[in-house]
Ligand binder design. Structure first.
Ligand code: PLP
Length: 567
């Protein structure tokens, strides 16, 4: 029954009725070997309503191994048995894609030959399957359209309670991940998408760091490390925090995790009780409010203004603090805005925080090294009276181009760090031993990552300058020049309300992003994912040549929306 739910118009993001849908009914035999499905009758058409009577379940392994094909080649593997399966392919306009690129599939447990169904030649028509199983997933076609593929077979329905915990239901999936996946899928299908949605450097991990990882494997440093991380790495982190941030910690006040994301979630879980408030200035990194929800706490969003460089107004903060306020999350340099909090503003915030004994601060400093002079980084814990109440998070993903190594850490008073350590001990245990060796090498590169990191920062700066100049030439666009990180958060809201031919109305940041992905083939992230629907985030972790092409495409797309705009 649940899968029936999945087949509603909502799920497809389309109206029911199958307008413009073409369905091929394919028959195929399959075994443990890969087979290419062949069309029974490629001219057959079929309507959505008929498909919608099928039910299903359970995962099926599949792969699309003929990306260039008109038809979809799938591998179904089940107990080496040959089985018959019917596959229906719907071709659907790519405009529905935004919320439907995930797949859900089901499995056939017994070989059943369904025989040939009677296929009508025209829409509307119907086809009947003596089947209870439906396989439902999306694949990409090389022309950029998305195929929704459904296959069904006839076996007994398995009763499974598929309800989920209210905690999971309260959490929104990450839109940055969703858009990145969509763009990747389009690119794999041969569409030349420019991907500026992901939050990761386009540089390779510096060689010295990578070699330290390789050596760790060669030397057999491949076992569990202490839960909190190796003493070697934690000591190196303490040294870094002292030298670069003016912060004194001992190794037992450091917890190394599988990425800063894990460090932040564990901290939120460790300090928040149900009903506590987590104060988050917007625009925010997408995960903060969801992490608060996972901890049964309430995110309290404090809006900021583009005219004030998206920096938190201390008066707004003061007016929102209550006895329920438990954690203030600050991110500087910021994802998604690139704003950097100046020391005098942090001092003001610290004075307000100090009046609230229950209030802790999580300072996310993961973009610390990606900062453009004259902006400078200040660690919140270094401000008077703040060390005792601040949890400093940092990591290796961004500055050292180590996103895939999954390495981050938290530093703070022992009481809090020990609580995070306890959660981690029952959760993932210590981070990868190999990555930890690489992390030691990264910190050994010198102050702020030395020459290796400053080269990358120089490249980011050039790209920022290029984008700021290029978008500055566009009418009706507002920006705050980023001082750090590698994102530009641009206000395109003056384009909302425009009608795009063959697309519809641009209502908000999400539809503008979908429009730009569809028509300009540039993947960007809608601002509403970050709590500000007026803007769109562009990640400039891409070469200047790529950015030049992206700007051209975006401008062209906007020009179509609003002829007369300066390009
Ligand atoms: C602001 C911010 N904090 C934390 C993270 C998590 O980084 P990681 O888990 O890769 O260390 C990210 C990654 O996008 C980020 O942008």
């Amino acid at each position: 029954m649940v899968l029936l739910g999945m087949l509603t118009a909502e799920h497809f993001g389309l109206e029911v009725g199958g307008r413009g849908w073409l369905v091929w009914l394919l028959e195929a035999s399959f075994s443990s070997l890969s087979k290419t499905y062949r069309p029974v009758d490629p001219n057959v058409t079929h309507t959505y309503d008929d498909i919608h009577t099928l039910t299903s379940h359970q995962p099926i392994p599949f792969q699309n191994d003929r990306k260039d094909s008109n038809f979809v080649s799938l591998t179904f593997i089940k107990n080496q048995k040959r089985q018959h399966i019917y596959v229906i392919i719907l071709t659907i306009d790519s405009s529905f894609m935004a919320n439907s690129l995930h797949s859900s599939t089901s499995f056939i447990s017994n070989p059943v030959n369904l025989g040939h169904s009677k296929i009508p030649a025209q829409i509307p028509g119907s086809v009947s399957f003596p089947s209870r199983y439906l396989h439902n997933f999306n694949l990409n076609k090389s022309d950029g359209r998305v195929l929704r593929v459904m296959a069904c077979s006839g076996v007994e329905e398995v009763q499974v309670d598929v309800s989920l915990s209210p905690r999971v239901n309260a959490v929104k999936p990450s839109k940055t991940v969703a858009i990145t996946d969509q763009a990747t899928a389009l690119a794999q299908a041969g569409v030349s998408v420019i991907r500026l949605a992901a939050g990761e450097p386009d540089f390779d991990t510096p060689v010295l760091i990578a070699e330290a990882g390789i050596n760790a494997i060669r030397e057999g440093f491949t076992r569990y490390t202490p839960n909190a991380g190796t003493l070697e790495l934690r000591s190196a982190i303490c040294h870094k925090l002292k030298e670069e941030n003016g912060l004194s910690y001992t190794p037992d006040q450091i917890l190394v995790s599988n990425g800063a994301k894990q460090s932040i979630l564990q901290a939120v879980l460790a300090v928040c009780s149900p009903g506590d408030e987590v104060i988050i200035p917007a625009p925010f990194w997408v995960s903060y409010p969801e992490m608060a929800r996972i901890a049964d706490a309430t995110p309290v969003i404090l809006p900021t203004r583009i005219s004030e460089n998206f920096l938190l107004d201390p008066k707004v903060l003061e007016s929102k603090l209550t006895e329920k306020s438990r954690l203030l999350i600050l991110c500087s340099p910021s994802n998604p805005t690139g704003s950097v909090y100046p020391k005098n503003l942090l001092d003001e915030i610290a004075r307000i925080v100090a009046k609230h004994p229950r209030l802790l601060v999580l300072s996310d400093e993961i973009y610390e090294h990606i900062i453009y002079a004259p902006a400078t980084h200040t660690s919140f814990a270094s401000l008077p009276g703040m060390w005792e109440r601040t949890l400093t998070v940092n990591g290796f993903s961004k500055a050292f181009a180590m996103t895939g190594w999954r390495l981050g850490y938290i530093a703070g008073p022992k009481h809090f760090v020990a609580a995070c350590n306890k959660i981690q001990s029952q959760f993932t245990s210590g981070a990868s031993s190999i990555s930890q060796k690489a992390g030691v090498a990264a910190l050994g590169l010198g102050y702020a990552g030395g020459e290796v990191v400053s080269k990358m920062v120089k490249a980011f700066r050039e790209r920022r300058d290029f984008l700021v100049k290029s978008f500055g030439e566009l009418e009706g666009v507002k920006m705050s020049e980023p001082q750090g990180a590698f994102y530009l958060f641009i206000d395109f809201s003056s384009y909302y309300g425009s009608e795009a031919e063959g697309f519809g109305k641009i209502e908000n940041s999400e539809s503008l992003c979908r429009y730009l992905l569809d028509k300009a083939q540039v993947a960007l992230v809608p601002g509403d994912a970050f709590g500000d629907d007026t803007c769109i985030r562009i990640s400039y972790a891409a070469s200047l040549t790529t950015l030049q092409a992206a700007v051209e495409r975006i401008k062209k797309g906007l020009l179509t929306l609003r002829p007369g705009v300066l390009v």
